[in-house]
Design a protein around this ligand. Structure first.
Ligand code: SAM
Length: 300
């Protein structure tokens, strides 16, 4: 059995001969806020499949009403019983065309679908895609941060300790880091990222494609302070954190940080000097504090 299929739309002879779509699983992206972003192919697909596997039938019903179709729907989640997956895949093997959608954006991206596609591949079932909106990609393009290399990390853990460990895994990453986060946890999450990754450039995009779309850019510490001072922002949020700086730049920053620290120690306490230097250089406060202790010891 090979893993290669000819994909794309075309005529078929199937359980439903009037249908213009070949049997298969159609991964179909939907808008992330602005219904006008539904693509022509997504509309054609959702109108012509035999049924749509979706996260929440009430949410998808609104989209179907917007495009003027009443295609049958069935609920699907990755935690659905394996029998539900089998039932969908049996139908496709019997000749049905089935679309997979999530509530918004691209299915499988922090959304259900991975297990269904994996099982479809294992059964050599045709899988094809109707690409479209994805909040992670939209936010990356809005961020002004490097787009040549990026890593999508999904949602961080809810609790601060686990979140810091999670951010720590990306400490050496030489690529932009794209994260989904809730408004309620935004300020704390940015502060945890700053504590672990240093004071890197960041962008926070909210309500992309919607009426109150906004993107703020600054450093992690600056945005953490701004969001800690206001009510948690409403709506949906993507954070993009700039890559860790190059090795040669790190040594330049370290030299500059040491000079600033040395001077600052003449005017303020060890703790304040470390905090002040961290703010100016983006170097880690903890490391600077240790360095400050060493400098003071050598001066004694
Ligand atoms: N599959 C979706 C996609 O392709 O983007 C993501 C689904 S995930 C369950 C939902 C998260 O995506 C939200 O909590 C938020 O972080 C992000 N998101 C979705 N729509 C967004 C929007 N319009 N603006 C900003 N972030 C959005």
């Amino acid at each position: 059995m090979t893993g290669t299929h000819q994909t794309g739309n075309g005529q078929r002879s199937s359980a439903n001969p009037l249908n213009i779509l070949k049997a298969g699983l159609y991964i179909t992206a939907t808008p992330i806020g602005n219904l006008g972003d539904i693509t022509l192919r997504a509309q054609e697909t959702l109108k012509n499949v035999d049924f749509i596997a979706c996260e929440d039938t009430r949410v998808t019903a609104k989209l179907l009403a917007f495009i003027g179709t009443n295609t049958k729907m069935m609920a699907y989640h990755d935690h659905s019983d394996a029998r539900v997956r089998d039932r969908i895949l049996d139908k496709i093997e019997a000749g049905f065309a089935v679309a997979l959608v999530s509530d918004a954006g691209t299915p499988l991206i922090s959304d259900p679908g991975y297990k269904l596609v994996a099982d479809a591949r294992a059964r050599d079932i045709t899988v094809t895609t109707i690409p479209g909106p994805c909040a992670a990609i939209a936010a990356l393009t809005l961020s002004g941060l490097p787009t040549d290399k990026f890593l999508f990390a999904g949602f961080p853990p809810n609790k601060s300790g686990a979140r810091q460990t999670w951010y720590g895994d990306y400490n050496q990453l030489k690529a932009s880091l794209v994260i989904y986060e809730s408004g309620r946890r935004l300020a704390a999450s940015l502060a945890d990222a700053a504590a672990v990754l240093g004071n890197r450039p960041v962008s926070v995009s909210r309500e992309i494609t919607k009426k109150f779309e906004e993107t703020r850019t600054a450093t992690l510490s600056e945005l953490a302070a701004i969001y800690a001072d206001i009510d948690p922002p409403k709506g949906e949020i993507v954070i993009v954190i700039g890559p860790s700086v190059k090795e040669e730049d790190i040594s330049k920053i370290e030299i500059a940080a040491e000079e600033i620290l040395g001077k600052a120690l003449k005017h303020m306490s060890t703790k304040s000097a470390a905090a002040f230097t961290a703010e100016l250089t983006g170097a880690k406060k903890r490391d600077l504090y240790q360095k400050a202790l060493e400098i003071e010891k050598s001066r004694d």
